[in-house]
Design a protein around this ligand. Structure first.
Ligand code: 13P
Ligand code: SF4
Length: 326
């Protein structure tokens, strides 16, 4: 009989997370020599997270990128995140260790299609999840991340119909939280939709006292089973506050590295899919520490943006950064 995965178990990590390899030391030396800052998303592999100056979610990374004083930003994440850094801090050189690190959500929404919808419905207020291209941001009214989406949507003028792009799952979650009706773009994250209610219920049966946290990119059926739905950054605070010593984490498995460093006395279960004991985003995992070293040495691959698109994309991004603080 076929047995289904119930999730990988990551026990407490009392003294993990320190620089240990020659390659890590080489990257830290190069970083200094090249006046670079390394920003890394919570889904990056562990040896990149360890050498990064900051590890966080899309919102935290956008603020850090905007404030960066170094001449070079090495952005360890995916393409739309590195583009965002260039949009908000255009005088810095922004390097992405692997230029092919894309995102299924960003790919699902083309600027041409969005422009056509806007032309047909000129009164639409376009709320764009930050997981989209610079060209789509340039056509949007305001940007959101999973960490501030409800707060931002609540500030959209009440008389404007909203089109939410490109994640239908995040959009439906925000709509149910804010009570605001929205047209939803039919995009999704190929990695988060692999979590199913059946897989999550198996993990719960194996760890009956473990609370479940899920990312809002999961389907509604999965979110409904979770005790908490939030961005990757809020997951860290939530896990710290739980009295339970074992927690089920329903998002990309790189998150577990961050959690083990910041909440070292707890056990984390990477929520399984129906096929696997945890869940990696193939785009996030394209960056490796070797590629970080190589991009520091060569100064490539660099994010280059058309200035007209960058300037137009900066408007809704700055609006988000401002509204997010209100
Ligand atoms: P966060 O902003 O919550 O880290 O999410 C980014 C992302 O791409 C999730 O798949
Ligand atoms: Fe995009 Fe999903 Fe990967 Fe996040 S996890 S970068 S939304 S494909």
């Amino acid at each position: 009989m076929k047995s289904f995965p119930t999730g990988s178990v990551f026990p407490p990590l009392p003294q993990g997370g320190s620089v240990q390899t020659d390659l890590q030391r080489e990257v830290l030396k190069l970083k200094k020599e090249k006046d670079a800052i390394i920003l890394a998303h919570n889904y990056q592999c562990e040896d990149i997270q360890i050498v990064a100056d900051y590890v966080g979610d899309s919102l935290g990374l956008a603020y850090k990128a905007a404030a960066a004083k170094n001449s070079t930003i090495v952005f360890c994440g995916v393409h739309f995140m590195a583009e965002t850094a260039k949009i908000v801090n255009p005088t810095r050189r922004v390097l992405l260790p692997d230029m092919d690190a894309g995102c299924s959500l960003a790919d699902s929404c083309s600027a041409e299609k969005l422009a056509a919808i806007k032309a047909a419905q000129p009164n639409l207020y376009v709320v764009a999840y930050i997981n989209c291209s610079a060209a789509v941001k340039a056509l949007s009214d305001v940007i959101v991340t999973s960490g501030n989406a409800s707060k931002i949507v609540e500030q959209v003028p009440a008389d404007r119909p909203i089109l939410f792009v490109p994640d239908q799952n995040l959009g439906s979650w925000v709509s149910s939280k804010t009570g605001r009706a929205m047209q939803l773009w039919p995009g999704n994250c190929y990695a988060h939709v692999q979590f199913t209610p059946a897989a999550l219920l198996r993990a719960k049966a194996e760890h009956p006292h473990a609370p479940v946290v899920a990312h809002p990119e999961c389907t509604e059926a999965v979110r409904d089973i979770a005790d908490m739905v939030c961005s990757t950054e809020l997951m860290v605070d939530w896990c710290k506050k739980q009295t339970a010593d074992t927690l089920i984490i329903t998002t990309e498995s790189g998150m577990i590295h961050r959690l083990r460093r910041e909440v070292p006395h707890k056990t984390f279960i990477a929520a399984p899919t129906d096929r696997c004991s945890c869940n990696d985003c193939r785009f996030m995992k394209m960056n490796t520490l070797e590629k970080v070293r190589d991009c520091l040495i060569s100064g490539k691959p660099e994010i280059i943006l058309d200035e007209k698109i960058r300037a137009a994309a900066e408007i809704p991004l700055q609006r988000m950064l401002e509204w997010s603080k209100r």
